[in-house]
Design a binder for this molecule. Structure first.
Ligand code: FAD
Ligand code: MLT
Ligand code: ZN
Length: 478
């Protein structure tokens, strides 16, 4: 029988997709599709034939099989909070966006095994709440947690504010269910902590940004619920002192540090300017702050509060902390956290920013900070630095923002030179150009520049083996 022309193959495949998900599961209405065709920062816009929203794994498998048969590209999408445009289809795409939003069931919670089985479209905050309901704790925590979804968190290997104590998203997944680019389902939903039966395949899909398959469900690790949380907002004289404080806090608290976020004054000013209801908890202005949080899961007061006080007093005496406020209530703690959690939003409201989500060894942060800033100033003398981030993980959001009152377009035209300044400094300090946000469409060229040719070759080999026709998230990462 003669092969159908491509347009007819595509039409037949799209009909199969529509039949697989039913009328609730797809739209091609431009107005309904619009939010899925743009990233939240407004930096990427794309095109798609259809937005498809399957409700079950077998529907995802059928959709992918239909698309594979006709070579239709698929852009997976979770909460669309990603920083690198990975969830936005290409501008010239004739494919579909596959949203996991309707796959939002918590399939099982096993409090004895400290695990939870969830579908990819579960919003992170819902997972945290469900864990607390059974007196357990899911520690992945980021400011986008009210919108981002666990499938997106795993696909970007999200970090956030709990990495120091609990690890990245990768460390929090025991098993995954994945629909492969040919439509087969890889059922790896194991709740085992020990399983050495060959390659640990889940790691291929964590951090793959949807280029190797679609994560449809995951088994997550749970932890004992924190009983005591001690929070301080500390002014520090400089970045190096912040890191001395970190070392001291880890060593003297029995490694109870869950949060160690560095926030520069420029960021605090942006938050106070743009986010209603925020206030500076300290009377004087300082160059840098640390949001420090010590946590204990012990049911009785195990003396952590006393160690926390002692730590702060000793840090004062040593000149590592020059002013501080300790949270006295949940509300007070929330007000302190607001200065950190609203950093990205405030920065967006301020104007154009060129983001750098970088990591270097913790001990190299001060040297990196100065070297990168000197390099940026040499190409963009009036640019401002809004740096903050997970310093305890060596991860800084070294974001360069447009000059106050300056021209947005003129500033963005310097993107290449500013990226070079920062990323070359990262490279010289043995760091990474993407600590937690991933590569997406934004940093593909940067990846090629800094990743070794051998590593790139291995990644391309894996991609070709699993997705030979390149339908999965075309144009992202590789
Ligand atoms: P999306 O943006 O929808 O997708 C991200 C990538 O994953 C895309 O490439 C997409 O194709 C792919 N993908 C999505 N779901 C699937 C799936 N089920 N299967 C296969 N591929 C899939 N990130 C951090 O790491 N740490 C932070 O501290 C942090 N803070 C943030 C604060 C704010 C205010 C905002 C807006 C974002 C922040 N982010 C942070 C970035 C973002 O929230 C994370 O990258 C998050 O993990 C993305 O999840 P999502 O569901 O929104 O994924
Ligand atoms: C955060 O930690 O708040 C985000 O990952 C940072 C950013 O917006 O650059
Ligand atoms: Zn971050």
């Amino acid at each position: 029988m003669a092969e159908l022309p491509r347009t007819m193959q595509v039409e037949a495949a799209l009909e199969r997709v529509r039949a697989a998900v039913g009328p609730q599961g797809w739209t091609s209405d431009p107005h309904d599709m619009q939010p899925s065709l743009e990233d939240w920062r407004g930096q990427f816009q794309g095109r798609a034939r259809m937005l498809v929203r399957p409700a079950e794994t077998r529907e995802v498998a059928e959709v992918v099989a239909a698309c594979a048969a006709a070579g239709i590209p698929i852009t997976p999408q979770g909460g669309n909070t990603g920083m690198c445009g990975g969830a936005t289809p290409p501008r010239d795409s004739d494919g579909i966006v596959l949203s996991l939003a309707r796959m939002n069931r918590i399939r099982a919670i096993d409090a004895t095994n400290f695990t939870m089985t969830v579908e990819a479209g579960c919003v992170l905050q819902r997972i945290q709440e469900a864990a607390l309901e059974v007196d357990r704790y899911f520690p992945l925590s980021l400011s986008a947690q009210g919108s981002c979804m666990i499938g997106g968190n795993l696909s970007t290997n999200a970090g956030g504010t709990g990495v120091l104590r609990y690890g990245n998203a990768r460390e929090l997944a025991l098993g995954l269910e994945v629909v492969l680019p040919d439509g087969r389902t890889l059922d790896g939903l194991t709740a085992l902590r020990k399983d050495n039966t060959g390659y640990d395949l889940k790691h291929l899909f964590v951090g793959a940004e949807g280029t190797l398959g679609i994560i449809t469900a995951a088994v997550l690790k749970l932890f004992p619920r924190p009983r005591a949380i001690h929070t301080a907002w500390c002014a520090v004289p400089d970045v190096a002192s912040a890191l001395d404080l970190l070392a001291r806090a880890r060593a003297e608290s029995g490694d109870a540090v869950e949060t160690f976020e560095l926030v520069s004054r420029a960021v605090v000013d942006l938050v106070l300017t743009h986010i209603p209801g925020t206030a500076d908890p300290l009377e004087k202005r300082y160059a840098h702050y640390v949001l420090l949080e010590l946590v204990s899961s012990a049911s009785a007061d195990d003396g952590l509060g006393q160690r926390f006080q002692q730590l702060l007093e000793e840090a004062f005496a040593a000149g590592l902390v020059i002013d501080a406020v300790v949270a006295q209530s949940d509300r007070h703690r929330g007000a302190i956290w607001a200065l950190r959690e609203n950093a990205s939003e405030a920065e967006k409201l301020e104007g154009a920013s060129i983001k750098h989500d970088v990591s270097v060894p913790v001990s190299a942060i001060p040297s990196f900070w100065d070297a990168a800033w000197q390099a940026v100033r040499s190409v963009a003398p009036d640019a401002r630095l809004a740096a903050f981030g997970h310093a305890g993980d060596g991860n800084l959001h070294y974001n360069v923002i447009q000059p106050a009152g300056g021209d947005r377009a003129a500033f963005l035209a310097q993107r290449e030179a500013i990226n070079r300044a920062v990323h070359d400094a990262v490279h010289r300090h043995d760091g990474s150009i993407s600590a937690e946000h991933g590569i997406g469409r934004l940093k593909r060229d940067e990846l090629r520049r800094y990743k070794s040719p051998v590593a790139m070759d291995v990644m391309h080999t894996l991609k070709a083996a699993l997705d030979p026709d390149g339908i999965m998230n075309r144009g992202a990462l590789l």
